[in-house]
Design a protein around this ligand. Structure first.
Ligand SMILES: [Zn+2]
Length: 186
C-alpha cells in the first residue's frame, strides 16, 4: 500500500473519501475527537489535524471516537465487527501463509489486541481458528476429491503434512486415517 502524504490525507478528508477508511484516521486537536476519512462532519482546518494509522493509536493519544462516523463501531459492535472481519479473511485466505500478525496489520490494530478480542468472543485463538478452517477444507477434499493426503495438506495451507494430522487430533478428535475409514463406510 502506498504511503499517503499528509496533504493527500487532508484531501481525502475534504472529499469524505470512503476508499481511505481502512488506511488512516484523523483527529482534531480543537475537539479531541477522531474520525474516519469519510466522516460527513464539517472538515477541520488542516493545522488542527493529527493523523493516525489506527483507531487504537488515536485512543492512546487521548482522542475520543466521533459518534457520527464511529459511534456504531464501539464496544460490543466493534468486537463483533472485528470477529466477522477476521473470520472472513480466514475463510478467504486460509490456503495462504495467513497468521495473526498479517490479519492485525490488515485491520490496523496490534496483534495482541486482535488476538485478545477474537479469543474473548469465540474462545478460539486466531491461530487455532486458521488450523480448524484448514482442517475442515481438508475433510471436504478427502471426501470429495482424489488428491493424496500430502497434496491436500499443502493445498489447504499447512506448511507440513504433520500439521494436518495434528489438526485432526485437535479438532476432530480422531486420527486422519480413522476419519478416512469412517468416511468410506458411508
Ligand atoms: Zn466523524
Amino acid at each position: 500500500m502506498k504511503t499517503l502524504t499528509p496533504h493527500e490525507k487532508y484531501q481525502a478528508v475534504l472529499q469524505n473519501n470512503v476508499t481511505y477508511d481502512d488506511q488512516f484516521f484523523y483527529s482534531v486537536r480543537t475537539t479531541g475527537i477522531y474520525c474516519k476519512p469519510s466522516c460527513p462532519s464539517k472538515p477541520p482546518k488542516e493545522e488542527n489535524i493529527v493523523f493516525f494509522l489506527t483507531a487504537e493509536s488515536a485512543q492512546q493519544a487521548g482522542f475520543r471516537p466521533c459518534k457520527r462516523c464511529l459511534g456504531s463501531l464501539y464496544g460490543k459492535a466493534l468486537h463483533e465487527y472485528m470477529v466477522r472481519t477476521i473470520k472472513d479473511m480466514v475463510h478467504r485466505d486460509f490456503a495462504s501463509s495467513l497468521n495473526t500478525t498479517i490479519i492485525a496489520s490488515h485491520m490496523h490494530y496490534s496483534p495482541s489486541y486482535v488476538h485478545r478480542v477474537f479469543k474473548q468472543q469465540t474462545s478460539y485463538t486466531i491461530h487455532a481458528y486458521i488450523k480448524k478452517t484448514r482442517m475442515e477444507q481438508a475433510k471436504y477434499l478427502l471426501q470429495h476429491s482424489s488428491f493424496s493426503r500430502l497434496e491436500i495438506a499443502y493445498h489447504v495451507g499447512f506448511k507440513h503434512p504433520s500439521q494436518l494430522y495434528e489438526a485432526f487430533k485437535e479438532f476432530q478428535h480422531c486420527t486422519l486415517t480413522e476419519f478416512v475409514q469412517e468416511s468410506i463406510k458411508f
